[in-house]
Design a protein around this ligand. Structure first.
Ligand code: EPU
Length: 432
């Protein structure tokens, strides 16, 4: 049975008494954005897929429930998730589930590839932007699927039962789009090439597991994927790659509070773009094979320097780190721009940061952040996952008490965040 992760009551809040520098060690969990496609990939085989280091997150739970509703067996044993899709009874992802988590669309490629039909709700818009899935649909059509959008659903089928290979060039770089098409191509007839592919570590992690399931994939981590279809895939056991965004969030929190924190169980290379910016801000950074230590307790001038960032696809500066880095810039010396190029509406945290005393002006997709010496605690509202993480960092440095409402957003993507931060010395607690 899937052990339940109860949704945090929508009234749950985080209360933070700011001003405590973070010190000590913290471990990164398995990555949410790797866990979700890996779980969807279990639909490609009748044999079991075992995922180690599966984070206890609301999004993982939601996808587990969706797979179970299709007939898959989903079991959790500690940090191990076991999925087996040997008795799929419904190739359908209903609106009620997809609307709570867009990544549900990741079941589309695997369902079409293995069962030849699927009915998946269109995700609709979300807080950070419109986020269409046209590239997923276009690529699947190129692989021979017949795809219609009817009554809010993507209704797809494969004439003849088996997808056929194609050369696909996506119009823009899309992470879940690349993952969906890569999974579909694994069981297609012939050799598929995906150009303009996403190079994120989570895409590489998916390719790694697919290969251990018997898929023939080359080029993962580059912009060209070459996939030779096979007739079936076997099960696999796979350790989920570390969450670079969670790790990066702790590092930003350490820098903002002028602390000294070591993040264990992470992949430092996956954090390169962020680490460069943190060094520019004045932090001292040392890395080992699977850890990063950030010291900001003896920064010249006592405050971090403001540093300009511009989000881009991997290996550039991640959009998922933008809000957290903005929080750091809020208390830095000087002014810097923060430019968002991936999502058109990912500045929802700005007004909340301003409520904490930040000085930020927004012009189009660029914010100018003028650092201030101190923020002051207030009640603020989380609007999406990473925005919430930015507010937590701001709360950790603000004078007095900060209350963050609607933290169910945070529970979608951060495992036990308040416990991990408290272990580093933060005064933070969840109140119901
Ligand atoms: N896009 C299209 N059409 C498509 C697909 C994407 O126009 O068919 C656009 C999007 O609207 C966006 C851009 O292309 O402007 C890039 O979107 P992408 O498809 O790469 O995003 P995603 O796959 O939906 C994943 C992560 C996000 C992360 C982005 C960018 C997962 C489950 N989600 O989303 O994670 O921000 O890539 O790196 O992997 C988060 O964890 O908080 C989060 C939002």
């Amino acid at each position: 049975m899937l052990s339940r992760i109860e949704p945090s009551a929508t009234m749950d809040k985080l209360r933070i008494e700011g001003g405590q520098a973070l010190h000590g060690e913290v471990g990164a969990s398995g990555a949410k954005n790797a866990a979700l496609p890996l779980m969807a990939a279990s639909l490609l085989s009748a044999q079991p897929v075992e995922l180690e280091q599966a984070p206890r997150l609301m999004d993982v739970h939601t996808l587990g429930e969706l797979l179970a509703s299709m007939g898959a067996r989903v079991e959790r044993d500690g940090s191990r998730l076991r999925l087996q899709a040997d008795r799929i009874t419904a190739c359908e992802a209903p609106y009620e589930r997809v609307k709570t988590m867009r990544a549900s669309v990741l079941v589309l490629g695997p369902l079409l590839a293995r069962f030849g039909h699927a009915r998946v709700s269109l995700p609709g818009g979300c807080a950070i932007g419109a986020r269409p899935v046209d590239q997923h649909i276009r690529g699947l059509r190129q692989l021979g699927a017949q795809v219609d959008v009817e009554h809010g659903y993507i209704v797809a089928s494969v004439p003849g039962g088996r997808l056929r290979a194609a050369r696909i060039t996506t119009d823009m770089i899309t992470v879940t789009g690349t993952e969906n098409l890569m999974m579909a191509a694994c069981l297609a007839d012939g050799e598929t090439v995906i150009e303009n592919a996403a190079q994120e570590p989570e895409v590489v992690d998916l390719a790694t597991m697919l290969r251990s399931m018997g898929a023939d994939i080359e080029g993962a981590g580059s912009s060209r994927l070459r996939i030779r279809g096979v007739s079936e895939l076997r099960g696999a056991r796979h350790r989920i790659v570390a969450d670079r965004i969670e790790a990066g969030t702790f590092l930003c929190a350490a820098a903002a509070t002028r602390g000294d924190v070591t993040v264990r169980d992470c992949v430092p290379q996956h954090l390169d773009a962020l680490l460069d910016k943190l060094r520019e801000a004045g932090a001292q950074i040392t890395c080992g094979a699977d850890w990063v230590r950030l010291r900001a307790d003896s920064m010249p001038g006592g405050r971090p320097r403001a540093v300009a960032v511009r989000t881009s696809e991997y290996p550039g500066f991640a959009t998922d780190m933008q809000a957290q880095f903005m929080a750091l810039n809020c208390i830095a010396e000087g002014a810097a721009t923060v430019t968002e190029t991936i999502f058109e509406n990912r500045f929802m945290h700005v007004q909340e940061l301003v409520r904490l005393g930040a000085r930020i002006t927004v012009e189009g997709n660029t914010c100018v952040v003028q650092g201030v010496e101190r923020l002051s605690g207030a009640t603020v509202m989380a609007t999406d996952l990473r925005a919430s993480a930015g507010l937590v960092i701001a709360g950790l440095v603000a004078d007095g008490s900060t209350c963050i409402e609607r933290i169910y957003h945070l529970d979608r993507g951060y495992e036990a965040m308040e416990h991990k931060l408290a272990a580093l010395g933060a005064r933070i607690r969840r109140v119901s």
